[in-house]
Ligand binder design. Sequence first.
Ligand code: ADP
Ligand code: ZN
Ligand code: ZN
Length: 820
Amino acid sequence: METTRTITYVDVAVDAQLADRDRLFTYLLPESLVERVTERQLVWIPLRKELKLGITIKIHAQPPVVMTRPVHAPVEPEFRLSPRQWTIVEWLRHNTLCSLFEAVSLFLPPGVTQRSVEYLRIKPGINLAEAKLTPAQRRLTDLLAERGELSIEATRQALGRSLASVIPRLDEAGIIERTARVKNRASVSATTRFVRLVPNVELDLRRTPAQRRALEVIRRRAAVTHGAALAWDDLVRRAGVTAASLKTLEKRGAIEIIVGPRTVVADSASRSYSQRVQLTAEQSHVWQQVVLALRRERFHEFLLHGVTGSGKTEIYLRAAAWALSRGRQVVMLVPEISLATQVVGRFIERFPGRVAVLHSGLRDAERYQTWQAIASGQISVVVGPRSALFAPFKDIGFIAIDEEHEDAYKQDTPPRYHARQVAREMARQHDAVLLLGSATPDVGTFRAAQENEIELLELRSRVGPRLLTDHDSARVNLALPTIDVVDMRVELQQGNTHIFSRLLQEQMTRAVDAREQVILFLNRRGQSTFVQCRACGYVEKCPYCDVPLCFHGDQRQIICHRCGYHKPPPLRCPNCSSNAIGYYGTGTQRVEIEAKRLLPEARVMRWDRDVLKRGVDHASLMQRVLTHDVDIVVGTQMVAKGLDFPLVSTIGVINADTVLHLPDYRAAERTFQLLTQVAGRAGRRAPGSRVVVQSYSPDHFAIQTACNYDYDGFFNDEIAGRHQLGYPPFLRLVKLVYRHSNEETCQTAAEEMADALARGAYELGLEHVDLLGPTPAFTARLRGRYQWQILLRGDDALRLAEYMQFDPGWLVDVDPVSLL
Ligand code: ADP
Ligand code: ZN
Ligand code: ZN
């Protein structure tokens, strides 16, 4: 019987760089695939000579104008975006001006692109003996006939490069066929063992030194991770604990040994040892509001503004527990997972067996496993960086963003999204509660709270000191450390040329004598920040970025901090051959040297990217501080953020002005945030701690308000300035940057774009958009490429940018967190 067959087509957004980011390609959907392919599904499609990934948008019967090729195959295992995910994709496309596929790629299962491998085989039913083939073609078909099926890669290795033309010919002639396969990854991750401390078990270990040592190591590490399980391998291989002693300790009940997959990190434990704390009065009040919102199961957004150590994390934990009790999922975002061990530890401890931690250390296979566990609902709490938002959640009840003001929440490659905005959209989709936490909220967020778009909750005091050890009910509020600002101009006038002011020297000495710890903060690495000839003034610069090279004494190199270019320091001036080479400016290495010089008996440790490069990780540095292995820590931003070091009583900010004078509308805000964060590292257990802030502009409002813990004062000044100058949150910004290796081409392209933008604004009849520039970007040159910048400002900025087409040389950043 004849049936009329309709031909089915599908529009696909493909994984390719296109000038028209909205462009879709139409493919034929072969009969054999009609049942298997639906909308919003990931498929393989042929594009030019390659197989590419694409996402199906619409299935229809409308023949396209041009000839189409068939869809190759669905990606296996099959993957579809849910309608909820699709709304986020659409949101991303409109609000970050990325392509559809770029937005989709955020949601793809880990490693999907790497997992696909293309295979070749002889088409069934082909008689090779009769085919007319060139010698090169013959070699390929012979090989395939012999092996059955081969990956392109293997074929290339066997036959060499001549394949480039051979494969498409044979493919077109219908002699061979290509298939895309997903590499099998199911069994990659084996299980590993973990060790977990059972609290409050007293053992007599006098006659068993190996066990005693093992237990000491475990106790110290558990203190850092807040009781989360420790990797067996790490203890045995790196900490030198014997396997036998661990097994005995388990028998004696002091530890638990857990076997589990490496991914679902260390938390396959069955019991929680954490004691439920009683909330302070302030916390209770906050919690009442949060629980009201949770109970409604409708979208609601809070800003939790609470000083460091005021117990914000405790609120996140309670809200998470509440959502879980309703069978809903929880997302806990942190700016950087490797610095968030303490938050992670507390989640794992509170919700044993239910937490997944997403971090960059995971191998693809492990990431994939975690992914599956989330999709199946086995895992209901996900702690991770911004990308954790895109895990395959079914039903989110609660999202928390810790340190919501951090720039790490903005992605700097397309799609250039901000996690706060995406989380807001998701929370809307899922009827979830969104909680933004910070001691120094983003100015835009705080403004939204003032305008009642977000509900503001506040924690004004630190949780009392004794609570942590006694668990008694004494709730003594812990005063925040005293902050003194030292005017470094006055120091100089009075004859002190040292990098440490007299007050700082005094405080460092006092602290070290009292067996307390000191943190010295400077957000510049290296020993000297520039190298200059004292005879002619010549400065050594990076040949690719035009910025001064910084001297790193530990490596005996001068290094570009933008691109990593390095070389040995000059013995003579390349310009005038003088040997009077001067080293100027201060970096962390110099601070380390000076600290040792001032207090020779003190143990000084540096904590910056140079140290981490040598294979040391954050956890081991953290350990050294917590175990009082060091007296003075010299560090960059890394030491400023979120860490809880009980013994730190004294903090020195070597130069508070490093960020302040940068040409960026958020320079004051960043300075305020950084100073507050750094100060928050001190005095977390005991009163009487001190912070010394050194500055050449001590009267600047950002420094003054930070030193008085006066967020409101800072905010009022800052928001007035933003209003006056026309910056966010009052006017919207879109940053456009063009990069090219030729300076003139770069400038011309930027100028042409500026003209096109002006025309565009006219065509659309837009009134609320200013065009600033084009000008060379603040980073005028990077890795050999010049950069020119245009700024669109105003309520219509996004509409104008959306209307334009940008070729791949352009970087488009909607709502940039920085103009640098
Ligand atoms: P934040 O997240 O605001 O920096 P945390 O939640 O980390 O603050 O709290 C600081 C310390 O006080 C932590 O060690 C935490 O365990 C403890 N803590 C918080 N709330 C309470 C409470 N109600 N009772 C006892 N200890 C608490
Ligand atoms: Zn010179
Ligand atoms: Zn460089």
